[in-house]
Design a protein around this ligand. Structure first.
Ligand code: PPS
Length: 301
C-alpha cells in the first residue's frame, strides 16, 4: 500500500481517553486538530459522517462505486477504502494524516469520512454547502459493534468487559462522545441544512436497493438501474467481507482472530449481548436521553 509504513503502524498502542472540546477523545484524532479545523472543503466534497460503527464503510463503498466504479484503473483492486475515502481527523503513526490523504486525492468529488459530532465538523463544509451523508444505527447494535471493535483494534482504548463498556457508552464516555448527542445533533442540523441526507443502518439492511436509489436522488445522480443493481450486489456484506479492499484486513492494528472488522452486519445482534437487567436499565436511560427528539430507531426489523 503506497504511503503506508507498516513497521511504524505496528507501533500503535492503545490510547488513553481524555476530555477534548467537550467530548471524550484519543490523541489519534486530536493531534492534527488545527489542520482539521482549518480544513478547506470544496463545494463538491461529500462528507460521510457517522458515529463509529454505524455503517460508514458500507456507505463509503457505495458512494465510491457510484462515482468511480466505472474507472478502469487499478484503484478498485489496489486501493483500500480507507485511502479512497480518507478519515479526516485521523493521524496514526505510519499512515498519512486524513487531511493529507484528502488533499492528495486524485479524484473528484472527494469523498471524506468523519466521526466528529456535528458541532466539531470543520466550518468550511457548511460554508461551502457541501453534501453530507449521515448514517445512524440503533444504539444497542451500535454499542455491541463498537465493543467488539475496541477489543480487536489496538488503535482504540481498552474496552473493559461488556458490562463496563455498556456503562461507559451510556455515560457518553466513548471516543467521539455520547451516541445520543451525535445522532440527535445531525438530526437537528438536517432541519435547517437541506444538503444533509440522514440514513439508517436498519433501512440499509432491510432494503439496500431502495437506499442506493435514495442516495442517487439526493446526490443528483442518474445512475442506470443495472449499475445500481451491480453496486447493491458488490456492497453486500458477504462480498465486502471477502474483498481485501473493503474488509480492513490490510490494517495491522486490527486482530481479526479476536473479532473481524466485517463481523455480523445484522440488526438485532444486541439480543445476544444484553442481559435482561442491562436491557431494562438501558431502555430507561434511553427514554430520558432521547425524550426531546423526534428521531426514532428500530432495534429489530
Ligand atoms: S467504522 O470503524 O466506524 O468505520 O465502522 P463502520 O463501517 O461504521 O461500521 C462497521 C459495522 O458495519 C457493518 N457493515 C455492514 N453490515 C451489513 N452490510 C454491509 N455491507 C456492511 N459493511 C459493514 C460491519 O459488519 C460492522 O457491524 P457489526 O455489527 O460489528 O458486524
Amino acid at each position: 500500500m503506497e504511503g503506508v509504513d507498516f513497521a511504524l503502524l505496528n507501533t500503535v498502542t492503545r490510547p488513553e481517553v481524555f476530555e477534548f472540546e467537550g467530548i471524550s477523545m484519543v490523541h489519534y484524532f486530536t493531534d492534527n486538530w488545527e489542520k482539521v479545523q482549518n480544513f478547506q472543503a470544496r463545494p463538491d466534497d461529500i462528507l460521510v459522517a457517522t458515529y463509529p460503527k454505524a455503517g460508514t464503510t458500507w456507505v463509503s463503498y457505495i458512494l465510491d462505486l457510484l462515482y468511480f466504479g466505472n474507472i478502469a484503473d487499478e484503484r478498485q483492486a489496489s486501493m483500500p477504502i480507507f485511502m479512497r475515502v480518507p478519515f479526516l481527523e485521523s493521524i496514526f503513526p505510519g499512515l498519512p494524516s486524513g487531511v493529507d490523504l484528502v488533499d492528495n486525492l486524485p479524484t473528484t468529488p472527494r469523498l471524506i469520512k468523519t466521526h466528529l459530532p456535528v458541532q466539531l465538523v470543520p466550518k468550511s463544509f457548511w460554508e461551502q454547502n457541501c453534501k453530507v451523508v449521515y448514517v445512524a444505527r440503533n444504539a444497542k447494535d451500535n454499542a455491541v459493534s463498537y465493543f467488539h471493535f475496541e477489543r480487536m483494534n489496538k488503535g482504540q482504548p481498552e474496552p473493559g468487559d461488556w458490562n463496563n463498556f455498556l456503562q461507559n457508552f451510556m455515560e457518553g464516555k466513548k471516543v467521539f462522545g455520547p451516541w445520543y448527542d451525535h445522532v440527535c445533533g445531525y438530526w437537528e442540523k438536517k432541519q435547517t441544512y437541506s444538503n444533509l441526507h440522514y440514513m439508517f443502518f436498519e433501512d440499509m439492511v432491510e432494503d439496500s436497493r431502495c437506499e442506493v436509489e435514495r442516495l442517487c436522488s439526493f446526490l443528483g445522480l442518474s445512475t442506470p438501474l443495472e449499475e445500481r443493481e451491480r453496486i447493491t450486489e458488490c456492497t453486500h456484506f458477504d462480498k465486502m467481507k471477502e474483498n481485501k479492499m473493503t474488509n480492513y484486513s490490510t490494517v495491522p492494528t486490527m486482530d481479526f482472530k479476536i473479532s473481524p472488522f466485517m463481523r455480523k452486519g445484522k440488526v438485532g445482534d444486541w439480543k445476544n449481548h444484553f442481559t435482561v437487567a442491562q436491557n431494562e436499565q438501558f431502555d430507561e436511560h434511553y427514554k430520558q436521553r432521547m425524550q426531546n427528539t423526534s428521531l426514532q430507531f428500530r432495534t429489530e426489523i
